[in-house]
Ligand binder design. Sequence first.
Ligand SMILES: [Zn+2]
Ligand SMILES: [Zn+2]
Ligand SMILES: [Zn+2]
Length: 104
Amino acid sequence: MAACTHLNQITITELPEAVDGCEDCLRAGQPWLHLRICLTCGHVGCCDDSPNRHATAHAHASGHEIIRSLEPGEQWSWCFADEVAMILPDVHGQTRIPPSPLGG
Ligand SMILES: [Zn+2]
Ligand SMILES: [Zn+2]
Ligand SMILES: [Zn+2]
């Protein structure tokens, strides 16, 4: 398994207590499926199974490579550049999220 070389991009080690949903979908009035947070700047976006794939779009636009799932019970992170999933023990917290508008 390839190792991620972008761990120095991580500035968010405490997850927010609650979020309202995908920032970009909320702004556009669009539905999302699952939520991901950027561990560099805290941007909350939606997964690749969502219609607008805002987490991936944010990574490409910003160069922020590492996201973490905000879904209840999920603790994995993902590096877009290295395409590697990982568990980051230094990232703490559990974020309250609203149910997906798509019912997923
Ligand atoms: Zn990486
Ligand atoms: Zn979105
Ligand atoms: Zn970011």
